[in-house]
Design a protein around this ligand. Structure first.
Ligand code: SAH
Length: 271
């Protein structure tokens, strides 16, 4: 039910429908065949889903699986809204989205905030190409086009162009970075770029027990290098804030379970 609700027509019409379905329901072959039968019925029905213009790769399959795991309540939507609200809480003439991926947050920053300059940075050329297409950079009016820039770059390398931003966002990015490289990211963001504020979100691993159908001990996404408890995240945040002269506050995103906390945790650093 969840796969059909979330993936619906998109999965049904996807060239790798079988693979996505079998991966998502890897724990239960009976569910796989049920789901494949139901998806076959949906195939070619008109839908609002994005047209499929390229075959799925491993990342895309993992993304679908992650949102299907996380998302009966559109956690992603709540996450983006929480981050935008946080950005708007203080000065935000210039905002940089570090690890912008396919540009979901960039679109909202352009539409919903008066930011004069919005920059998205990602290591993945493929994600940036999708971001450029989704944000329609090639057909934007010049005044809008001047507000946005996409740059390819890695967050473990010092980049002078990252200096001087009011706000930096790291939305669901740190867990994709090897733990031993987090020190480099910390240096690049907090010691060199020194934004006025830094908004960081990451999964709360404690909440994983609340996701039906998720095997114990599994992480939410095949590319996650770690997922932290609230205490582990706070330990890292306190140390970073201490070392670089920031104050940090925390907020819950999604249903804040009394026992295991929210699905997504957010920290806001202010210099
Ligand atoms: N912030 C986006 C994407 C999250 S997925 C969103 O919320 O939708 C994580 C992103 O981080 C991916 O796009 C990946 O390419 C990027 N990423 C991972 N390691 C990186 C690094 N070292 N430097 C820059 N980007 C990185």
């Amino acid at each position: 039910d969840r796969l059909l609700r979330r993936g619906g027509a998109w999965v049904a019409n996807h060239p790798k429908r079988d693979l996505i379905t079998r991966r998502y329901l890897a724990h239960d072959r009976g569910l796989q065949s049920d789901a494949l039968e139901r998806l076959a019925l949906l195939e070619d029905r008109p839908s609002g889903a994005d047209p499929v213009d390229e075959p799925a790769d491993e990342d895309e399959i993992a993304d679908v699986a992650e949102s299907a795991v996380e998302d009966p309540i559109s956690l992603n939507e709540q996450r983006m809204a929480a981050v935008v609200a946080e950005v708007q809480r203080g000065s935000h003439r210039s905002v940089v989205d570090l690890g912008c991926g396919e540009g979901r947050l960039l679109g909202r920053l352009l539409r919903e905030t008066g930011a004069e300059r919005v920059v998205g940075i990602d290591v993945s050329h493929r994600s940036l190409a999708i971001a450029a297409r989704r944000r329609h950079l090639d057909t934007m009016a010049p005044r809008q086009r001047d507000r946005i820039e996409l740059r390819q770059g890695g967050l473990t390398y010092v980049d002078p162009a990252l200096r001087g931003f009011d706000v930096a966002c790291l939305v669901e990015v740190i867990e994709h970075i090897e733990p031993w490289r987090l020190d480099a990211v910390e240096h690049v963001v907090f010691a060199e770029a020194q934004p006025g504020r830094v908004v960081v979100t990451t999964p709360n691993i404690e909440h994983n027990v609340r996701f039906a159908g998720m095997d114990p001990g599994r992480l939410r996404h095949a590319d996650h290098r770690f997922e932290w408890s609230r205490a582990e995240f706070a330990t890292w945040c306190e140390a970073v804030a201490d070392r670089h002269g920031y104050a940090v506050t925390y907020a819950a995103i999604g249903d804040d379970d009394p026992e295991v906390g929210p699905p997504t945790q957010m920290a806001v650093f202010a210099r």
